[in-house]
Design a protein around this ligand. Structure first.
Ligand code: ZN
Length: 469
């Protein structure tokens, strides 16, 4: 393990030039031994295989590209474990949402920053090296904009800077409380902007993210419940370049309400009324017909699956087989952050398909193919596309965002590397993570974020004040 890079001179470090050497690394064309990376300004400038360590920082272990977390509402980490008691009637996504609204009603900008820093540090410890923040908590508790319209966005940026996670910030457009332009409820007042003010918020978000290396900005029309066709088209047309994320077809009731409004299912409405292409990421898309799954695959859009949250909220099971056969692209996200675990998201994605299909190795198509490797490489590519970030591979031109597994862990006892991704995803998951690098800099050492003590202490005091009242 290396915190200092022995071979790099001070001058080189100042220029952001360094090199790392790994015993084993997962490269785009498969496993390789004795891999040396030259890194300039956080980006991989050269990959050499089968070489000696030389003066490079020697990192013992198994190097993987860090997984992008393509969907996150970071403040919800603070209510993890607080919505697991049965209510008076049937509990559902909608009763969970009421708990979530009550929780967020109390959050100050300082609270949001503290919770976000902790959640992002945990993401890094657990295998995610960049995050797509689907950000809808914009205003104060009364629904009034802060003096700086981008106050909350700046707090997300500050948390990303402190944790050093890569950030794609997606300000959410939230105008309505239901399909067909229904009026929003009082509990939604902190989210609301008309399209004009939203476009100013996007502009302000671009300004506050400028200080963060490699940050990207996109937009997130919250859902078809929260926008009208007119406001949706306006912001897509005027918000500039960058990814477009939207929650869609997460819940059966949402599908029924959309049909009642438009005579179309949500994914069907979107495909029929907007140009959905590679810029788009459809979050959840849980309830799709075979035809919708095929059409989304053809569009080139990424589907953002959040299996742990979808299980937690009782959303349902994604139409995996139809989407896979059509060549659909997907990535994974931690969404509500009730549990943060990159390998765990991939594991539950496959296990939920097995439960639904009563079959094994569902998210693969080729005989003999490793299910873990297929899940991992798909989520790397889909996540990088959805976040518009040069990540997702240990390759020239990509950011040096690397997760290192402990080669001495018993799960990797076999020396046959073809089993290692399956062994990581289906057996230990995050406890096997030893160190993590972002842009070539070590941010997790021996499984702990380098600023964990400070970040966790602040998080604890915020949670005690918010919950122990
Ligand atoms: Zn979400």
């Amino acid at each position: 393990m290396t915190s200092r890079i022995p071979g790099a001179t001070d001058a080189k470090r100042e220029m952001g030039v360094s090199s790392l050497f790994f015993d084993h690394a997962f490269l785009p064309d498969g496993w390789a031994r004795d891999v040396r990376l030259s890194i300039e300004g956080g980006v991989i400038a050269q990959v050499e295989v089968g070489v000696s360590c030389g003066g490079s920082g020697h990192v013992k272990g198994i190097a993987l590209p860090g997984l992008p977390n393509l969907h996150c509402h970071t403040f919800q980490r603070g209510m993890a474990g607080l919505a697991e008691r049965r209510g008076v009637g049937d509990d559902s996504f909608w009763t969970w949402r009421d708990v979530m609204y009550r929780f967020l009603g109390r959050l100050s900008p300082d609270d949001v920053e503290a919770i976000a820093a902790f959640a992002y540090a945990e993401m890094l410890e657990r295998g995610f090296t960049s995050v797509g923040e689907f950000h809808y908590l914009h205003h104060d508790a009364n629904g009034s904009p802060y003096d700086d319209l981008g106050e909350m966005a700046a707090r997300i940026v500050a948390a990303a800077a402190e944790s050093e996670i890569g950030l794609t910030l997606l300000p959410a457009l939230y105008v309505n409380g239901g399909f067909g332009g229904a009026a929003p409820g009082a509990a939604q007042r902190r989210f609301l902007n008309d399209p004009e003010r939203f476009l100013k918020l996007v502009e302000r978000t671009r300004a506050v993210t400028a200080s963060l290396p490699s940050a990207q900005v996109g937009i997130a029309p919250h859902s078809l419940r929260a926008v009208t066709p007119e406001s949706l088209r306006m912001v897509i047309g005027q918000a500039g370049a960058g990814p477009v994320h939207i929650h869609v077809a997460e819940q059966v009731k949402e599908v029924a309400d959309c049909i009642a409004w438009s005579a179309r299912r949500p994914v069907q409405w979107l495909l029929d009324n907007v140009i959905v292409d590679e810029r788009w990421c459809l979050i959840h898309a849980t309830h799709m017909t075979s035809d919708e799954a095929r059409r989304v695959a053809v569009s080139g859009a990424v589907v953002g699956l959040c299996p742990i949250t979808e299980a937690s909220l009782g959303d349902g099971i994604f139409n995996g087989p139809d989407f896979l056969i059509a060549g659909g692209r997907y990535g994974v996200g931690s969404d509500s952050n009730v549990e943060i675990d990159a390998a765990g998201e991939l594991r539950l994605l496959e296990y939920s398909q097995r439960l639904g299909q009563r079959a094994r190795n569902v998210m693969t198509t080729e005989p003999g193919e490793s299910t873990g490797q297929r899940l991992f490489t798909s989520a790397l590519a889909g996540g990088a596309q959805a976040l518009a970030r040069p990540v997702g591979a240990i390759a020239v031109g990509r950011r040096a965002d690397i997760v290192v597994l402990d080669a001495e862990h018993t799960s990797f006892a076999t020396t046959d590397s073809r089993h290692w991704l399956d062994a990581w995803i289906f057996v230990p998951g995050c406890p096997a993570i030893q160190s993590v690098f972002v842009g070539g800099a070590k941010v997790v050492d021996e499984g702990r974020h380098i600023r964990r003590d400070k970040i966790a202490a602040r998080y604890r005091s915020v949670l005690r004040r918010l919950v122990d009242v």
